[in-house]
Design a protein around this ligand. Structure first.
Ligand code: FAD
Length: 588
């Protein structure tokens, strides 16, 4: 009776206004709660509730929200028959469950703000555990107007287009090598930027499409709107033409970040960022890449491989946060391929000349000497900022640290019903698999009765430079800082990939090291590898390291020959010994 009654009312209130939403809440609180006065039904409900409790935390959403389409764009909310949640209707109508919330019932159990790696994983997992979920996603165009669809940074302007362009660049290299292997190759081959961009963007659009279909199939309501808080349980979504007010018991902030622009004349007007590069409608040409973090180096790397002329401008150090010996080897390997580095240099201004070229003035921070050069493209890769400004976090009482959000070990902010995951959280690795797993585990804890927390330690990662660098665990300097130089042993070696011999590729920077405990079982603290297919090499070792890998186990593991990954099983020279780490031969 209660469900039918509520449905009738709910269909009356479908305009999407704030008044509608609060009317529904009032109606739900005052009327529905008095319906369950039949003792038998109450007992049945309590029984169901107890049985379900272990797998799902009680929520406050009521019957109204199953049928009330509050309007706005995006897929309609699931109908009562579609949603698995509806099977548990009596459970959530129960007064005892409703009392869990101080402010009454909400449109959703969970609203996720941000449809990127973290937000999507969290939203889908929450639905699978029986919650009613909406996911907001909105992308503000870049200063030159680049915009994209659902899926967040990774899919649209991050890992995926980056890896595809890196692959395009490696293929160019491989074609040249093919000649040495006996292929008759036209040595005038050259890339077609516009064809590459079209292929990359077509792939991205197909992923956007699949993502939307997946959300619809999984009954996550997708709302293409910019969310900002009104209070800890209420959010306004700015849609294309109107606004929509949404209430939820819980919110997950998964808004990620966007590239920064330096505060110098011409930076925003004439420079671009990685947000624009993968869909750039003209060839980048001679490019100044400002910044030597992994994004800057990766972009410079594939631009060189595609035949353009990148220069990397570095203010202080290369690959901050990574093992610095490896970082310098990466930089040297790029330099060897003809990518110059302007060290200790900062840009001062960018001007557009009459011929359309960009004049960049810069300064050496050590000598104070100024210089200038002209480029076709200036790419800012000077770091990323968290997207907190549109969220009106103060309305919800959520604290920020710089432009990030601090969370506890359960991803809870200082406001108990508001959580944060992904790149927006302070002090954690900004990587897609981290965002995905943290989002999924959070949803399981909220709605699946799980206690499992995210382990942010020993996360493996790869820098997709022309010669790739991958690592897991501690850098050498962090191990020394943590355990003291006398307690750390570093095993290292140069190696010669078999496939490099015939095309006579440089093996100068093919290097790897294991940072380990000096005594006892010689537990491995960190593994670092510079060479081909680095991510593929390190992924498996990451599982070993997390399982307590020791040097003894590593060197007693039989290698797969001839691979480059097997070099980890051949490590025998320590840095402390001072012996030459260059190999004599490949096979003994
Ligand atoms: P995002 O994916 O950024 O998603 C957040 C979403 O929320 C965005 O769509 C945003 O527009 C939206 N949003 C923001 N504010 C609001 C609001 N108020 N209302 C509604 N929606 C909002 N990681 C790897 O693991 N491997 C790689 O190789 C790799 N390469 C990268 C290369 C580049 C060039 C870049 C930039 C990043 C790369 N990353 C890589 C990092 C990876 O992309 C991020 O760690 C990951 O995308 C973070 O996911 P997220 O869900 O936290 O945020």
């Amino acid at each position: 009776f209660s469900v039918t009654f509520v449905r009738q009312y709910a269909t009356i209130f479908t305009s999407g206004s704030v008044a509608t939403s609060s009317l529904q809440n009032k109606f739900t609180n005052s009327s529905i709660l008095s319906f369950h006065n039949n003792d038998k039904q109450r007992q049945r409900t309590l029984f169901t509730m107890q049985n379900n409790r272990q797998s799902k935390a009680p929520t406050t959403s009521g019957a109204t929200t199953d049928t009330a389409n509050i309007g706005g764009i995006g897929a309609a909310p699931p109908s009562a028959s579609q949603h698995s949640y509806c099977n548990k209707q009596t459970l959530y109508d129960h007064p005892q469950v409703r009392q869990q919330s101080s402010t009454g019932s909400y449109d959703y159990d969970l609203v996720v703000i941000g449809g990127g790696s973290a937000g999507l994983a969290c939203a889908k997992e929450a639905v699978q555990n029986g919650a009613r979920v909406a996911c907001l996603d909105y992308v503000k165009p870049t200063p030159i107007g680049t915009k994209w669809g659902i899926g967040g940074t990774c899919v649209n302007v991050g890992c995926i287009p980056k890896k595809l362009m890196h692959q395009a660049s490696l293929l160019g290299e491989a074609v040249h090598e093919a000649a040495a292997y006996g292929w008759n190759v036209d040595d005038k081959i050259k890339p077609d930027w516009s064809k590459l961009v079209t292929s990359v963007q077509n792939h991205i659009k197909s992923v956007n499409w699949v993502t939307r279909v997946d959300l619809r199939d999984k009954k996550v309501e997708y709302i293409n709107g910019l969310g900002s808080f009104v209070d800890p349980h209420t959010m306004v979504a700015k849609l294309k033409t109107n606004e929509r007010t949404i209430t939820a018991e819980n919110f997950v902030i998964a808004v990620g970040g966007r590239p920064r622009y330096p505060d110098i004349p011409g930076a925003v007007e004439y420079g671009i960022t990685s947000d624009d590069l993968f869909s750039l409608d003209h060839e980048p040409g001679k490019t100044l890449v400002v910044g030597a973090g992994y994004i800057g180096l990766e972009c410079a790397g594939f631009l060189k491989g595609l035949g353009y002329e990148p220069t990397v401008m570095v203010r202080s150090i290369v690959l901050r946060g990574f093992d610095q010996q490896m970082a310098e080897l990466v930089a040297s390997s790029m330099d060897e391929r003809g990518i110059p580095f302007l060290r200790k240099t900062v840009p001062l201004s960018v001007e557009k000349k009459d011929d359309g070229k960009l004049l960049v003035k810069y300064k050496n921070t050590e000598t104070g000497e100024e210089g200038e050069d002209t480029y076709d493209t200036v790419l800012w890769a000077v770091g990323r900022k968290g997207l907190v400004e549109d969220l009106n976090l103060s309305n919800a009482g959520v604290n920020t640290v710089k432009d990030k959000i601090q969370v506890d070990t359960k991803e809870t902010t200082n406001v108990p019903n508001i959580y944060a995951v992904g790149d927006i959280i302070y002090g954690k690795p900004e990587l897609t698999p981290v965002a995905v797993l943290a989002g999924r585990l959070l949803a399981r804890r909220l709605y699946g009765g799980s206690n499992q927390r995210m382990d942010y330690s020993d996360v493996a990662t790869t820098v997709f430079t022309p010669l790739e660098y991958a690592c897991v665990g501690l850098s050498e300097e962090d191990a020394v800082k943590q355990y003291g130089a006398d307690n750390v042993e570093v095993f290292h070696g140069y190696y010669k990939p078999t496939e490099f011999f015939i095309p006579q590729k440089s093996v100068r920077y093919c290097y790897l090291k294991a940072v380990a405990e000096r005594s006892g079982d010689q537990r491995v603290y960190g593994l670092h590898y510079l060479g081909p297919v680095a991510g593929e090499v390190i992924q498996g070792f990451a599982a070993a390291l997390k399982s307590g890998l020791t040097i003894n186990t590593l060197i007693n593991t039989v290698g797969i020959h001839p691979t480059t990954a097997e070099e980890f099983t051949r490590l025998s020279i320590t840095k402390r010994s001072g012996l030459d780490p260059t190999p004599a031969s490949c096979c003994s």
